[in-house]
Design a protein around this ligand. Structure first.
Ligand code: SAM
Ligand code: SF4
Length: 335
C-alpha cells in the first residue's frame, strides 16, 4: 500500500516514513525520568483513539509513505485490545515494532510472531534489582529481566534501552556492554532528556563523550569499533572487537541527529507531534471524528517542523525549563 507522496516531506526536505503511535498514557512502571512524581492527568477514555481509529489514521500515513510503525506509550502492552490493534496494523504491510518495559511480553509472544512484529526495544536502566526498583518505583526486576531473556531466546531482534543518569547507573555502562559479548543484541545508552515534571538537571546528564571515555578506559581504545550509521539513524553504533552484539548512544541532548529525522508521533489521544521536543500538536482524532481532511492537517503540521529540536538549537535552550516544561511529560508523548 505504501506510496510516496510529498505530504510527509517537511520544509527541510526530510521525508517522514516512520510513525510512532502511543497506545496508552498508562504504565505499570513509574520511571522517575518519564512519569512525574504525582502522575499525570489522564485523558478521558472518550478522548483516546479506539483500535478502529488507530487503524484509520495509520492508514492515511501509510498511503502517504510511512512504511514503519512503532507502538509505544506509556506501556503499550497494558492496552486491553493490544492484540486487536496489532492485527489491524499488520494488514497495512509495514514494518511493525514496539518499545516496551517487557513486564507483559510473555503474554504476547505468539501474537508478535503471528502478526510479524520482530523488532522489540525493551527498557532496562539497571542490572541491579534494587536500583531497578528505585528508578521504576516498582519491584519488578526479575520479571523484566527474565522476559527480556525470553525475547532473545525466541529470536526477536532485541534492543535494550538504558537511560543514563549520573550517580545512578553510569557505573553499569561496561556491564551492559558485556551483555553483547555472546548475544547478538544492541544496547543503547540514552542521554537523559528534559521533559515536563521529570526533574531533569544538567548535572545528571551522562554525555556521549563521557560514555565513550568509560568504554575505552575499560575495553581499550583499539577494541572500540565504530559501525556505519544507518539511514535515519538515532543511535551512533559501536562494537567491541570480537563481541557478537553492538551498542549505541542516543545523544539527543549533546549531539542531536535532527538532520536525518524521519519520525512523526501520534499520541494516545490522537495528537500529531512533528517532533519529540515540540509542544505544538495537531488534533488528528478530532479532525477524523468531524470528517476533516486529515491530509491537510498533516501537511500543515509537517511544514511547521523545525530544523532542530523544535527550534531549541543549542544546549542552553533545550535545558531551559521555561521552554521544555511547555511540552508534555514523556509518558504522555510516547518516546
Ligand atoms: N513503556 C515503554 C518503555 O519504557 O520502553 C515505552 C514508552 S517509554 C516513554 C519509551 C522510551 O523512552 C524508553 O526507552 C524510555 O527509557 C525513554 N525515555 C523516557 N523518558 C526519557 C527521558 N527523560 N530521557 C530519555 N529517554 C527517556
Ligand atoms: Fe513506563 Fe516506559 Fe515511562 Fe518507564 S519509561 S514509566 S516503563 S512509559
Amino acid at each position: 500500500m505504501t506510496k510516496v507522496t510529498n505530504l510527509l516531506t517537511d520544509s527541510h526536505q526530510r521525508k517522514h516514513n516512520y510513525l510512532r503511535i502511543s497506545l496508552s498514557e498508562k504504565c505499570n512502571l513509574r520511571c522517575t525520568y518519564c512519569m512525574p512524581h504525582d502522575g499525570i492527568a489522564l485523558s478521558p477514555r472518550a478522548h483516546l483513539m479506539t483500535a478502529d481509529e488507530i487503524e484509520a489514521i495509520a492508514t492515511i500515513f501509510v498511503k502517504n509513505g510511512v512504511d514503519k510503525i512503532r507502538l509505544t506509550g506509556g506501556e503499550p502492552l497494558v492496552r486491553k485490545d493490544f492484540s486487536l490493534i496489532l492485527e489491524k496494523l499488520a494488514k497495512l504491510h509495514v514494518k511493525l515494532s514496539i518499545t516496551t518495559n517487557a513486564l507483559l511480553t510473555h503474554r504476547f509472544i505468539d501474537d508478535f510472531k503471528r502478526f510479524g512484529l520482530q523488532d522489540i526495544n525493551v527498557s532496562l536502566d539497571s542490572l541491579d534489582a534494587e536500583k531497578f526498583k528505585f528508578i521504576t518505583r516498582r519491584d519488578q526486576f526479575k520479571l523484566a529481566y527474565d522476559n527480556i531473556n525470553q525475547l532473545i531466546a525466541e529470536g526477536f531482534n532485541v534492543k535494550i534501552n538504558a537511560v543514563l543518569m549520573k550517580g545512578f547507573n553510569e557505573d553499569e555502562i561496561t556491564d551492559f556492554i558485556k551483555l553483547t559479548k555472546d548475544q547478538n543484541i544492541n544496547v543503547r545508552f540514552i542521554e537523559f532528556m528534559p521533559f515536563d515534571g521529570n526533574e531533569w538537571n544538567k548535572n545528571k546528564l551522562v554525555s556521549q563523550a563521557e560514555i565513550l571515555n568509560r568504554v575505552t578506559d575499560y575495553f581499550g581504545v583499539e577494541a572500540l569499533k565504530p559501525l556505519l550509521n544507518e539511514t535515519n539513524f538515532t543511535a551512533r553504533n559501536f562494537r567491541i572487537e570480537g563481541f557478537k552484539g553492538s551498542f549505541g548512544i542516543i545523544s539527543s541532548v549533546t549531539n542531536p541527529f535532527c538532520d536525518s529525522c524521519n519520525r512523526v508521533r501520534l499520541t494516545a489521544d490522537g495528537k500529531l507531534k512533528n517532533c519529540l521536543f515540540s509542544n505544538e500538536e495537531t488534533n488528528l482524532l478530532t479532525g477524523y471524528r468531524s470528517g476533516a481532511n486529515l491530509e491537510d492537517l498533516i501537511d500543515a503540521a509537517l511544514n511547521k517542523k523545525k530544523a532542530v529540536r523544535a527550534g531549541m538549537t543549542d544546549f542552553d535552550q533545550l535545558t531551559n525549563p521555561d521552554l521544555h516544561n511547555n511540552n508534555r511529560s514523556m509518558i504522555a508523548i510516547g518516546g
